[in-house]
Design a protein around this ligand. Structure first.
Ligand code: SAH
Length: 346
């Protein structure tokens, strides 16, 4: 039986250099291979044309490149593109390209399924199957960058970790992927153009602050009242709002970066004056801005988008308190690519 070959992209540059030295070759070959793997996104060892045939064969004998494959691509009437991404073990995640007049944003997944159990989100129904590896996250970005160049004649400009999964429950791999995305040895993108979105895992928000990260943080809040939040996001029982607040204050004290709150307003769930007051109060704990997201129905009607009057009430009270608020229209609904709709239907 063949021994299992190692995923070559699990190796650091140093480890690759060591590998070549142990083979009696030059350590410098490690740099060349590393560049092929990350900067040039080589699909196979065959592609590494500045290596000898023997070296390529030797790599082939020892390692695999666990490429992703875009197994299905759908285009929405509004220009949004959804990729169904097949992983080396056959599992599938989805990522989305969202074009606007001036930007192309990649919305990428961090887990197959999700660790959390938000009642309004289609991904939560898949349960978590596994974490994505750093290269699987990185490859989703590379695939969308290529599509952006192909369809819109410009490179990818922004990345949001708002696809499937809870990025802070796969912290190490997400950080490694972001390192590669921002490194000049990878895609060289500015961390200012990256947003990590979390349902709110206090301990990990603090860890991120300690790690001195430079990207943006978004928190999917949806309610600032514990009983309401727990009813729609049951993990709130374990990570209550008081802990979240404290973690966000810690984040701001360390990073000096304001937070974005993602918020959907639902009929009869969080559309009362009491809900608005609690949210406005929460928004004052730390400098922030608010994105009110349009609800994308995923089921038979337990959750329904609130009336436009209720949403206007939210906007009015937030603005009266000098809190910046944007209303986010959904994109890609016709292909199930909008927030909360990623569920591998295809
Ligand atoms: N787990 C992370 C990353 C997922 S981001 C997080 O929760 O932030 C996906 C965003 O879409 C979150 O803000 C989520 O609350 C929101 N969302 C989930 N289901 C939705 C739906 N059906 N309609 C609109 N937004 C939804």
């Amino acid at each position: 039986m063949a021994t299992q070959k190692k995923d070559i992209r699990a190796l650091t540059k140093e480890q690759l250099r060591d590998f070549f030295e142990k083979q009696g070759d030059k350590a410098f070959r490690g740099n060349q291979v590393y560049e092929w793997l990350w900067q040039k996104s080589a699909y196979s060892f065959e592609d590494m044309t500045n290596l000898s045939k023997e070296t390529r064969q030797m790599l082939e004998d020892n390692f695999v490149i666990n490429n992703i494959e875009v197994s299905n691509m759908q285009r929405s009437s509004d220009g949004t593109v959804k990729n169904a991404v097949k992983l080396h073990d056959g599992l599938i995640v989805e990522s989305v390209l969202i074009p606007t007049a001036t930007r192309t944003t990649a919305c990428v997944s961090s887990q197959v399924g999700c660790s959390l159990d938000c009642k309004f989100c289609a991904t939560a129904r898949l349960k978590r199957m596994r974490n994505l590896n750093p290269d699987e996250i990185y490859d989703q970005v590379v695939a969308i960058d290529k599509e952006s160049k192909l369809y819109f004649n410009r490179p990818l400009s922004n990345i949001v970790f708002m696809g499937m999964g809870e990025p802070l429950m796969n912290y190490n791999n997400v950080m490694k992927a972001i390192d590669k995305i921002t490194s000049p040895e990878g895609l060289g993108m500015s961390p200012k153009r990256i947003t990590v979105s979390t349902s709110g895992v206090p301990k990990m928000i603090k860890k991120m602050a300690d790690d001195d990260v430079k990207f943006n943080l978004a928190v999917s809040l949806h309610s600032a009242i514990d009983s309401v939040r727990t009813s729609i996001m049951p993990f709130n029982e374990t990570f209550p709002l008081e802990d979240l607040k404290e973690a966000l204050q810690y984040w701001y004290a360390k990073t000096n970066q304001r937070i974005s709150y993602e918020y959907v307003v639902w009929n009869g769930i969080n559309d009362s004056k009491k809900d608005i007051d609690a949210f406005v109060k929460f928004c004052k704990y730390v400098p922030c801005k608010v994105n009110l997201i349009e609800y994308n129905p995923i089921d038979d009607g337990e959750f329904q988008q609130a009336s436009s009057e209720a949403i206007q009430q939210y906007i009015r009270h937030l603005e009266q308190n000098r809190i910046v608020v944007n209303v986010r229209r959904s994109r890609g609904k016709d292909i199930d690519a909008a927030c909360g709709q990623l569920a591998n239907k295809s």
